[in-house]
Design a protein around this ligand. Structure first.
Ligand code: VAH
Length: 313
């Protein structure tokens, strides 16, 4: 039985549906801090910073695997750094400790390219680059990766982790991240609205399409344990593009699309992140291969959102 925290988030909602389809509705306990009312299957309200609550759900359902997605993202995290630190780190330590004490078989912990800062090369950032992040979110992810490895080395807990790039999908909306523009831009394009971009036109960042990121997560979690050589977190790359690159790609399909650039505080966050990622370790260790390039992402997003808005409007 799987427990997923943060299941109503951008990634959580799609990962939840995938896990339910793969392992059965009755084998996935879906949780988030609030009940959106839209969840299929078994839903439990869980504030992951509440140790007793996590423990009681683990006991109630005989949980054997945890996907711990609940966290505050980079941009939102800067509004209240100490609270973000508290939430992100406390929730993870609760999950790790409960996993250890309840002999949980596997834990998934998402890290992020936000772990990198000025000490890492900006292009093709290697897996073992120096980590000196500038956001509290990034600091909490570095900390989390090291705790994951600690629980593996000290207690043999099978924790697996990926450093996600910015995730682009049509099924859900992101909240509080610096890469959120890359989803929003497609919504505005399809709605024929002008897009105000909060990053400058040439800010290239690592990104990945939702299908690729979900597949990577399942592939990592289903790989034999001995293949997982990195117990902090794996770099993962999909594509790399700037707002201008995606605007040009959109304009090939929607020629009237228009965009304005008004960088805000998120520009500074993005400036410290890599432009592209070297994910050769994930490729070698567990066979990772991305499928979607920018052209495929753009076509798929525009098609899916056009259908979505045609049906809902
Ligand atoms: C954020 N999407 O923008 C997240 C992320 C790639 C960075 O982890 O905060």
């Amino acid at each position: 039985k799987i427990l997923i925290t943060g299941a109503n988030g951008q990634l959580g909602s799609v990962l939840t549906a995938t896990l339910q389809d793969r392992y059965g509705l009755e084998n996935v306990v879906v949780s988030d801090i609030r009940n959106s009312g839209n969840n299929r299957g078994i839903f439990e309200v869980i504030d992951a910073t509440d140790y007793e609550r996590v423990q009681s759900v683990v006991t109630q359902y005989n949980i054997t695997q945890i996907y711990h997605l609940a966290a505050i993202l980079s941009a939102k995290g800067e509004e209240n750094p100490l609270q973000t630190w508290d939430i992100n780190t406390k929730a993870l330590l609760n999950v790790l400790e409960i996993a250890r004490l309840n002999a949980i078989e596997k834990v998934f912990y998402p890290s992020s390219i936000a772990v990198f800062g000025e000490g890492a090369p900006k292009n093709n950032t290697p897996n073992d680059a120096y980590l000196n992040p500038t956001t509290v979110y990034g600091i909490s992810k570095v900390d989390g990766e090291n705790w994951a490895q600690y629980y593996f080395l000290k207690y043999g807990l099978d924790v697996r982790s990926i450093r996600y790039p910015g995730v682009i999908g049509h099924q859900s909306l992101p909240g509080g991240g610096t890469t959120d523009y890359a989803v929003d831009i497609f919504h505005k394009a399809v709605l024929n609205e002008k897009f105000n971009c909060f990053l400058s036109e040439d800010t290239a960042l690592p990104m990945i399409y939702m299908d690729d990121v979900i597949r990577s997560t399942i592939e990592l979690m289903e790989a034999p344990s001995e293949k997982i050589k990195v117990r902090t977190s794996y770099n993962l790359a999909g594509v790399s593009f700037s707002p201008k690159d995606v605007a040009l790609e959109i304009a090939k399909i929607l020629p009237n699309f228009s965009i304005d650039y008004k960088p805000d505080f998120r520009q500074d966050i993005a400036n410290h992140w890599p432009k592209s990622i070297d994910d050769s370790q994930a490729k070698t260790d567990w066979g990772w291969q991305p499928k979607y390039n920018l052209e495929a992402i753009t076509k798929t997003m525009i098609n899916a959102l056009t259908e979505h808005y045609t049906v809902t409007i």
